[in-house]
Ligand binder design. Structure first.
Ligand code: ADP
Length: 194
């Protein structure tokens, strides 16, 4: 199985690149942010809980996020592989994912970390806020908090995969197709696709 962790700060372009990767490699896309937003829309208990954190730009607690993610993986038994987008965001999530995948006889193939500077991130998020109406993209202080949470809690997750020799830093500045080709080259270093 090709299992990818697509990583990077808010606004790095994970969603855009995930779309291209799933169609090229035939993978199942699991975005924890999208799953939370679907729950908020559906007014589920999980959605209500998640919203209280997301509105402030904080992380949803690990226990809730991990069990939700595991349920989603189990729903997709036929998948040839997964793109984990927005997960893991803490070292505890990374460890839980590793234990969970190894219980299924598989593992993460590579972490692709999109590297984008902070000025560019804020610009992209504010633009997305105008276009998509995502509440957490409209408010400058919520954006700033998401980037702060990323720097303080999430950036270290890269070290976890680096220690396993699975970390690939990808320049996230440039055209969509150029960035996509950088991602594909990195995947092919870790996984024989043909
Ligand atoms: P972005 O990366 O652009 O900020 P996401 O859609 O990935 O957007 O996530 C939106 C919000 O959902 C996060 O700010 C956080 O509150 C919550 N969230 C998403 N994934 C996780 C996760 N793995 N752990 C905890 N909270 C999460």
């Amino acid at each position: 199985m090709l299992n990818i962790v697509l990583f990077g700060p808010p606004g790095a372009g994970k969603g855009t690149q995930a779309e291209k990767l799933i169609s090229k490699y035939n993978l199942c896309h699991l975005s924890t942010g999208d799953i939370f937003r679907a729950n908020i829309k559906g007014e589920t208990e999980l959605g209500k809980l998640a919203k209280s954190y997301m509105d402030k730009g904080e992380l949803v607690p690990d226990s809730v996020t991990i069990s939700m993610l595991e349920t989603e993986v189990d729903k997709n038994k036929q998948a040839l592989g997964f793109i984990f987008d927005g997960f893991p965001r803490t070292t505890a999530q990374a460890k839980a994912l590793s234990t969970f995948l190894s219980s299924k006889g598989t593992s993460i193939s590579v972490m692709l970390a999109l590297d984008v500077n902070e000025d560019e991130l804020v610009k992209r998020l504010l633009l997305r806020g105008e276009a998509s109406g995502r509440e957490d993209d409209k408010d400058k202080s919520v954006i700033a908090n998401r980037i702060k949470v990323y720097n303080e809690q999430t950036a270290v997750v890269a070290d976890f995969y680096a220690s396993e020799g699975k970390f690939e830093k990808i320049n996230g500045i440039g055209g969509i197709d150029l960035i996509f080709s950088r991602l594909c080259s990195a995947i092919e270093k870790h996984y024989q696709t043909a």
